[in-house]
Design a binder for this molecule. Structure first.
Ligand code: GLA
Length: 736
């Protein structure tokens, strides 16, 4: 007879979703609609499935496993385990590779127990304890299941209790195991000004690797976020797809291994490249978190899961409206003084903006930062430019009714600076090699506690000495080349990449605690510019220096796959754009910025009268719609990566009472081609008044103010007269 038991709620620890039969156990790590199923058979924990949550997986307890080697009663080889190691016959990609204290290269993990904890009503934690069957070597797997958001956060703790060192050569955060099917991955790549392009490819036999080796702000070329689609290429509203992201701002590696039986095995975690990790006796390592979500309704739902989760758990103050700011960088670059800045503050306040952010160039006295060749690292005020200091400017801004913010890049140094002269040993460098400059700068060695104190001190001093500063843009414009630390011992150099990131995160954590009201923006040169590791400590990120609006549509579209609009700074710049050289109407620029966290980046007094007037109106409009954009649910309709020259998307309020639609034409279309906008996510049973907002001279929606049924807007859609290059329309839907 079945010895079947279910134990529920024991004190604070609640055992749930655990079914056992003889020695076999099923553990379901589940959210409202999804689950990862772990099957324990003969003391080994297997990754059984990840997908829609089923009523019951009980059948697994009596099902014969097909995967036995040669039909003998032997354990399934380790490749299908929940955390496969090298050992127990596994010659596929392993999640864990360790050399034990006696030189043994194999690890064979057995299941010890599981523990379940309701952290709160929404976050349920499962811990799975695994141990080597011979060595005193433990692996604990953590799964935080976010019920409402259908997100599972997964990470691993590895502990050496052997008498002697254990060397870890691979220590993934997650391992996912999928049965034979067709699989497609979408990944994101880029470079400065062409950030975050997306490309999809079919996985074929062999291993596809997406990785970064640049160490610091590693997302410059690829990004630690992948969409995995099952069966068919990823669609917006149909099909099974997974979002997989790694919350780590250093080197990472995703391996997609299709083996000779066409099964897919995925490992994702810190890139083991140059990062062997030696655990001394009693030492532990905790891997970064992998963020997972599953959708059975295409990429759209996958993105909304991520956005919902991010606003609540993965960025600072995700429930607070972001101020509309103006940044002076693309307006003034390094060339400014107090009079110019005060004038910009006056203009910004008059236009209705809410914050002024002073970018690079405000510091350096012996080596004034008047260009990018010197002064970085010398964080004293340039009194020639700003004789009355930062707080004077902040107070001046406050008097005009707006807030004030500042740019820093405290992890970096120009060789021409007092900092480089005083602390040459603080610079990342390989022995006997020429230092290699990037944007004329070098990287400080954050593995060194003195450097950690310095970097923290730079920002802490600025904020404590200038208490009216309310925003910090934290930049980082180079990566690691010729790795080397004068602080780490010779045999510990391979800790650099990990220690750097851990120490950086610890600085942010301290600053977040000490200055809970200061808004932080994450910025870095080229490529991806954001990941879920760094975003946790920030309110937003700067997706690109390219604010040419049609390029921005692509950059924002790609970012929207994983990141919510509230985190995406999106600025209106001057025309022609400095990067693309393309001229675009002010309405188009505003309409693009409005679909993210809208701001400005130009000298207002250089705008034409028409641009200024239109901007003042647009700023007012954005303030009205920003709760829907910043907190709403995103529905994407027409991709800027499609060849048809249209982009369209919308945000729908949680109650479905309001929605904002955006449609853009980025090419010249024939006059009789109209864009047919079909909405999603609104209530099909309700009626909505559809109004065009942020209008310029002409209407692009001819039935302005008409009332439509939700069903009609979803099924038939409405015609928009956007056919010219850079025509755009913003629509507001209000439930009647
Ligand atoms: C980087 C940033 C820009 C600006 C400059 C300042 O390029 O992306 O926005 O802050 O640095 O040097």
């Amino acid at each position: 007879m079945k010895n079947y038991s279910k134990i529920l709620m024991i004190g604070l620890f609640s055992l749930f979703c655990l079914q056992t039969f003889a020695n076999d156990t099923i553990i379901s790590v589940s959210t409202a609609n999804t689950e990862i199923v772990i099957l324990v058979k003969n003391e080994i924990a297997y990754f059984n499935a990840y997908g829609s949550k089923l009523e019951s997986n009980d059948i697994l307890l009596s099902e014969k496993m097909l995967n036995r080697r040669g039909g003998r009663k032997v354990k399934m080889i380790a490749s299908g385990e929940i955390y496969p190691s090298y050992g127990r016959g596994n010659t596929n990609e392993a999640a864990l590779v360790a050399t034990h204290s006696d030189g043994n290269l194999t690890t064979e993990l057995i299941y010890k127990s599981a523990e379940f904890l309701h952290i709160d009503n929404n976050v349920h934690q499962t811990k799975i304890y695994l141990s080597d069957n011979y060595y005193d070597f433990n692996v604990t797997m953590f799964f935080n299941a976010y019920q409402k958001e259908d997100v599972i956060e997964q990470w691993v703790e590895i502990e050496n209790k052997e008498k002697g060192d254990v060397k870890l050569e691979k220590y993934s955060s997650t391992f996912l195991n999928f049965l034979r099917d067709n699989y497609y991955i979408t990944h994101f790549y880029g470079a400065w000004s062409t950030e975050k392009r997306m490309v999809e490819e079919k996985l074929v036999r062999g291993i596809k690797t997406i990785e970064a080796k640049r160490g610091v702000r590693a997302t410059q070329m690829e990004n630690p976020e992948i969409i995995l689609s099952k069966g068919i290429p990823a669609q917006e509203y149909v099909g099974e797809c997974y979002g997989i992201a790694l919350a780590w701002s250093g080197n990472y590696k995703f391996n997609f291994d299709i083996d000779n039986t066409m099964k897919l095995r995925i490992t994702a975690g810190i890139n083991p490249y140059l990062s062997d990790y030696v655990l001394a006796e009693g030492e532990k390592i905790t891997t970064p978190k992998a963020i997972l979500t599953y959708s059975n309704a295409g990429k759209s739902l996958m993105s909304r899961n991520m956005h919902l989760w991010a606003r609540k758990y993965a960025l600072q103050d995700g429930d607070e409206i972001r101020p509309m700011l103006i940044n002076n960088w693309t307006g003034t670059y390094f060339k400014f003084d107090e009079t110019l800045i005060k004038g910009m503050i006056d203009d910004a306040a008059e236009m209705g903006l809410e914050m002024f952010v002073l970018d690079d160039g405000w510091f350096g006295s012996d080596y004034p930062r008047d260009n990018d060749k010197q002064g970085l690292g010398d964080w004293e005020l340039n009194t020639k430019k700003l004789p009355n200091g930062l707080n004077y400017l902040a107070k001046y801004a406050n008097k005009q009714g707006i807030k004030f913010g500042i740019w820093v890049e405290p992890e970096m140094v120009n060789p021409k600076s007092n900092l480089a002269n005083d602390h040459p040993d603080w610079i990342v460098q390989s022995k006997n090699r020429e230092p290699m400059l990037q944007r004329n700068q070098l990287l400080l060695d954050l593995t060194n506690p003195e450097v950690v104190d310095f970097v923290y001190g730079v920002v802490d001093d600025i904020l404590s000495e200038n208490p009216d500063i309310e925003y910090v843009k934290w930049d980082a414009n180079r990566h690691v080349e010729n790795l080397g630390s004068t602080y780490l011992s010779n045999d510990n150099q391979s800790r650099f990449f990990i220690k750097y990131v851990e120490n950086l995160f610890s600085i942010y954590e301290k600053l977040n605690k000490k200055y809970p009201n200061v808004i932080l923006q994450a910025c870095s040169s080229g490529g991806g510019r954001v990941d879920y590791g760094i975003l946790k400590y920030h309110h937003e990120f700067w997706p690109s220096d390219n604010i040419g609006p049609s390029d921005r549509l692509m950059i924002q579209w790609s970012n929207s796959q994983f990141y919510p609009a509230i985190a995406m700074a999106s600025h209106v710049g001057s025309s022609p754009n400095h990067q693309t050289k393309r001229s675009t109407p002010i309405k188009f620029r505003c309409d693009v910025a409005m679909s993210g966290r809208m701001g400005y980046e130009l000298i207002p007094s250089h705008m034409t009268e028409e641009e200024r007037e239109f901007s003042a109106k647009a700023i007012k409009t954005y303030k009205q719609i920003r709760p829907i954009v910043q907190f709403g649910d995103l529905y994407r309709f027409n991709s800027p990566f499609d060849a048809d020259g249209y982009t369209a998307l919308s945000y729908v309020s949680a109650s479905k009472d309001e929605a904002i639609g955006f449609a853009y034409s980025t090419e010249l279309h024939l006059r009789e081609i109209y864009y047919q906008m079909k909405f999603k996510g609104i209530d099909p049973d309700a009626s909505y008044k559809v109004s065009e907002i942020n209008k310029a001279q002409k209407n692009f929606f001819l039935n302005d103010g008409a009332i439509y049924s939700g069903e009609y807007l979803i099924e038939r859609g409405i015609q928009l007269k956007i056919a010219g290059c850079y025509d755009s329309v913003v629509l507001k839907l209000i439930k009647q």
